[in-house]
Design a binder for this molecule. Structure first.
Ligand SMILES: [Zn+2]
Length: 284
């Protein structure tokens, strides 16, 4: 009797699952952040043609960065402060950066200034920073500032020795990390291979985050690749991949993307972004 009862209960449920497709696997999630925005106005604007779930990380002290951030936020796109941090090599460092010569007050003031220039920002990631991110006091002060401004943290992972993520977790700052760089080699084929790596990682891990740069080849490739994503992959804003909840003291109104994403339409491909042949050196 008990066996019959179980069969009668189970069969309609199985039928319903098959009929509705409710058994289908949950799609793996990918997020993409475009770094280094604000210094090349022509190229930067093309990034705004990508789906609005693609976030932008803006260098705060650039002349055109704040305008771009405003336009991106109006599209419902997430904006990050791309904070210059001291690197081991020191080469190609921005004029002002978070560095080991700073004290706590200077770090807090630097963040305050960046925040003022990019009030739309919901998160922050590091530009370079292979030296600064391994400095425990600097990272502790940075996390104190992020809590103060209610900004989440994305570790760009420019160094294997980075303490940034550890410090973010210790300070209860919602955080995540970069899994793949899309364009260390901006050759179109290399970008496509890195994009495939992103999908593979997402399928294994459940989600994965990539960082790209506004190279024309990266933008052109993303335009095409994001329009024909496989059914088992979903593009989401990076704030949906945070590994820790926001503290209860933070406001809960930080995710602007979904509504604008629904209404967004890509421009015809002829208006944007021919794939170039030239190569440029990797950024770190
Ligand atoms: Zn950068």
């Amino acid at each position: 009797m008990a066996g019959q009862l179980t069969t009668f209960t189970f069969l309609p449920l199985l039928f319903w699952l098959c009929a509705t497709g409710a058994h289908a696997a949950v799609p793996a999630r990918i997020a993409i952040v475009m770094d280094d925005l604000g210094s090349r106005p022509g190229q930067d604007k093309q990034v705004l043609q990508l789906p609005p779930a693609v976030a932008i990380a803006v260098l705060p002290m650039t002349r055109t960065g704040p305008v771009l951030a405003r336009q991106a936020a109006a599209q419902g796109r997430e904006v990050l402060i791309h904070l210059p941090m001291e690197s081991v090599s020191g080469e190609d460092a921005a004029a002002r950066f978070l560095g080991q010569r700073m004290n706590r007050q200077e770090v807090l003031a630097f963040l305050q200034q960046a925040r003022k220039r990019l009030p739309q920002a919901v998160g922050l990631n590091n530009h370079q920073g292979s030296l600064a991110t391994r400095h425990p006091a600097l990272m502790a002060w940075l996390m104190e500032a992020l809590n103060r401004h209610q900004l989440w943290f994305l570790d760009s992972r420019t160094s294997a020795d980075s303490l940034a993520l550890q410090m973010a977790q210790a300070h209860h700052v919602p955080s995540t990390w970069r899994d793949v760089f899309l364009d260390h080699d901006p050759d179109p084929q290399a970008v496509q291979q890195q994009f495939q790596r992103l999908l593979d990682k997402a399928r294994i891990q459940g989600s994965a985050l990539a960082i790209g740069h506004p190279h024309p080849a990266t933008i052109a490739n993303l335009q095409q690749l994001l329009q024909r994503l496989p059914d088992d992959i979903r593009l989401v804003p990076p704030s949906q991949l945070l590994k820790h909840r926001r503290p209860a003291t933070w406001q809960q109104s930080l995710s602007p993307s979904q509504k604008a994403a629904k209404n967004w339409k890509p421009l015809p491909s002829s208006t944007c972004c021919a794939v170039p042949k030239s190569k440029s050196p990797p950024l770190r």
